[in-house]
Design a protein around this ligand. Structure first.
Ligand code: NAD
Length: 332
């Protein structure tokens, strides 16, 4: 069985590669990635973790010809589509590149999938498609306007996938809406490698703890939350990875959407405190003004994934903090 992983050298794709390898050791996993936001070192690390060579093609999803050749050469059993740009701020300053890469890339992939009669397609979406909705967020909530072009590309891809699935019985689609994936593989060999100054909280914390950045700015200390700081649903990246295996195993005909979160929120200060305690290291922080557009509290309803995919996040906030730091110390 051949499985395609687009963006498989990136943060979530590389961890999912390991979970897929563990579940299907006989499968031929094929990675394509243009290395726009990842390093070839990760290929070596995947080899080391799995003790198996890695089949990698440096293909850009915007290159439809190269993609078609690949689909011709491998009869894919299933396709996991992670590849795309994901930096919210960058998408605001450079929207066109985001639409072209994320939406055009998905068009090209879908054309190949239909041409080669792929039956199983699993797409990386995001909680950003819920816009400003109220938590706990449920999959049947309406798709609200996202506050940035990145979020719009995710909502657009979801709509396109829904239409394509409806028009093509036999092309079965699962959308996974991630909340806040953090942490790293327990080996410390792979993890999140932000290109420059991190956009996300956990890599920012690890950089401050290491001394690469002077201080963590916490945006807003007066929200109506447990300690005034914003609440998010952090989930260990290996739980997210295992969610993909569950999605493949339980994929049924048609179009399905599942949240991948833990179902409970953690405040920024709670995360910082947990990080300091577990790793016995200080993270200097400063509470500053709120950032416009930030929702005080976002967390998932995970009932649907639990009942239909028989999956639930198992790892704790402490696991996330320990593994993120373990990776940062070795690699970051
Ligand atoms: N990390 C998060 O917090 C988060 C949350 C919600 C959704 N997502 C989505 O999950 C997916 C994976 O996220 P990630 O955190 O692993 O990101 P990532 O940037 O680490 O991985 C994406 C990979 O795709 C590759 N890529 C980008 N454009 C490409 C193209 N045109 N052709 C081939 N490869 C290309 C990049 O080089 C990178 O290795 C993304 O679609 C992202 O939008 C991520």
């Amino acid at each position: 069985m051949n499985i395609l992983i687009t963006g498989g050298i990136g943060f979530i794709g590389s961890h999912t590669y390991i979970s897929l390898y563990e579940r299907y050791p006989e499968a031929q996993l094929v990675i394509i990635d243009n290395l726009a936001n990842s390093s070839p070192r990760t290929i070596e690390r995947l080899k080391k973790i799995t003790c198996k060579s890695v089949l990698f093609f440096p293909i850009d999803l915007r290159d439809e010809q190269a993609l078609t050749k690949l689909f011709h050469a491998y009869r894919f059993h299933s396709v996991f589509h992670f590849a795309g740009y994901k930096a919210v701020g960058e998408s605001i300053t450079n929207p066109l590149e985001y639409y072209v890469n994320n939406v055009q890339g998905t068009f090209n992939l879908l054309r190949c999938c239909l041409l080669y009669q792929i039956e199983r397609f699993i797409f990386s979406s995001s909680a950003t498609v819920y816009g400003d909705g109220n938590s706990p967020l449920k999959e049947n909530a309406p798709l609200l306007p996202a506050s940035n072009p990145y979020g719009q590309t995710k909502a657009m891809c979801e709509r396109i996938l829904m239409d394509v699935a409806a028009a093509n019985p036999g092309f079965n689609v699962t959308i996974l809406r991630y909340f806040n994936p953090v942490g790293a593989h327990e080996s410390g060999l792979i993890g999140e490698v932000p290109a420059s100054v991190p956009n996300n909280l956990m890599p920012y914390i690890t950089k401050v703890a290491k001394g690469d950045l002077p201080v963590l700015h916490i945006f807003g200390g007066d929200y109506p939350t447990v300690d005034g700081t914003g609440i998010r649903d952090y989930i260990h990246v290996m739980d997210v990875a295992e969610g993909h295996v569950a999605a493949l195993e339980h994929l049924t005909p048609g179009y399905h959407i599942y949240n991948l979160g833990t179902g409970s929120g953690t405040s920024v200060l709670q995360l910082v405190n947990a990080f300091e305690q577990v790793n016995e290291i200080k993270v200097p922080y400063q509470i500053v003004n709120r950032r416009s557009g930030d929702n005080p509290s976002i967390y998932a309803d995970v009932g649907k994934a639990e009942s239909e995919l028989q999956w639930r996040a198992r790892r704790t906030i402490e696991d996330m903090c320990r593994d993120a730091w373990n990776f940062e110390k070795q690699d970051g």
